[in-house]
Design a protein around this ligand. Structure first.
Ligand code: GDP
Ligand code: K
Ligand code: MG
Length: 297
């Protein structure tokens, strides 16, 4: 049998569960998730390889209307992948009321491509079966899907079917990545993302959206199983800095502690993590800052 391989992009409105699905399919925490829109900022690749195939999933920021240069970068990296892949996974939420304008907009983009499209109805744990059937009927009227797969990414239900269906459309192809590589993100970037995930979890409103994380030092202690990491958290206002540091530094300590635990699991070593908060006015419109934080090609 010939080896099959290809790229699969995951698109959908913010918060439908794209990153959660990516983590479930690969069994690793590759992309951070949160209950807030615009958590994912880069197109992140997750790679699964078995004896006869390699699938590279691309998790994208949700498609939305950009408000600043960071937003433009995010939407471009989502839309840019659609036409260059072997298959598209379009995720919707089972608990949504019919087809909203956000989903209409995405389907309009998908209607111009010839790539196989899989409709994944996520969060089926939240609704009764009849609801899923009526969504299937409504969506299949709008666009032709190669298959429609109800899943619960959270409970890991139906995710194996997604992989099985994708394998059916994969062309013959090479091994793009070594078989033990699970993502294209450097360790430093995943660490920065984990810190940002804790900020998304612990703070609200504009604070997490105006935050960026820069790893300024990442060093293994010679001969010891310890990694020293230092990071700057950038925010846009003095008031945000106050919130991120918290009373007597409590918030920053909590962010650091929660992030350290995840990073230790990820790297399999002890970690010393130091974080600072800095204010950089309007950094989301500043090309140099966007580059420093990894949001420019
Ligand atoms: P993204 O913005 O599309 O990448 O969405 P995320 O993966 O960050 O998930 C958004 C929110 O939906 C998070 O709070 C997830 O825990 C939640 N979520 C994802 N999948 C499911 C699911 O199958 N069921 C339920 N109940 N919640 C889910
Ligand atoms: K999210
Ligand atoms: Mg995401």
């Amino acid at each position: 049998m010939k080896f099959k391989s290809g790229f699969v992009t995951i698109v959908g409105r913010p918060n439908v569960g794209k990153s959660t699905l990516l983590n479930r399919i690969t069994g690793e925490k590759i992309a951070i998730t949160s209950d807030k829109p615009q958590t994912t900022r880069n197109a992140i690749r997750a790679i699964i390889t078995d004896k006869d195939s390699q699938i590279i999933f691309i998790d994208t920021p949700g498609i939305h209307k950009p408000k600043n240069k960071l937003g433009e970068f995010m939407v471009n990296s989502a839309q840019g992948t659609i036409s260059t892949v072997e298959a598209v996974i379009f995720i919707i939420e089972a608990d949504s009321e019919g087809i909203g304008p956000g989903d209409e907009y995405i389907m309009e983009q998908l209607s111009h491509i010839k790539t196989p499209i899989f409709l994944v109805i996520n969060k089926i744990d939240l609704v009764p079966k009849e609801k899923i059937l009526s969504l299937i009927a409504a969506y299949s009227e709008k666009l032709e899907f190669d298959s429609i797969i109800p899943v619960s990414a959270l409970n890991n239900e139906g995710t194996d079917i997604v992989i099985r269906e994708i394998k059916k459309v994969l062309p013959e192809g090479p091994m793009y990545y070594p078989d033990d590589q699970i993502t294209d993100q450097p360790e430093k970037q995943i660490v920065a993302e984990i810190i940002r995930e804790k900020i998304l979890y612990l703070t609200k409103d504009e604070v997490p959206h105006g935050t960026g994380v820069d790893i300024i030092s990442f060093k293994e202690r010679p001969g010891r199983d310890i990694i020293d990491i230092q990071a700057n958290i950038y925010c846009e206002k003095d008031s945000h800095k106050g919130i991120l540091i918290g009373r007597e530094g409590k918030m920053l300590k909590k962010i650091g502690m929660m992030a350290r635990k995840d990073v230790e699991n990820l790297l399999g070593t002890k970690v010393f993590l130091e974080v600072w908060v800095k204010v950089k006015d309007d950094w989301r419109n500043n090309n140099n800052m966007l580059k420093t934080l990894g949001y420019k090609d």
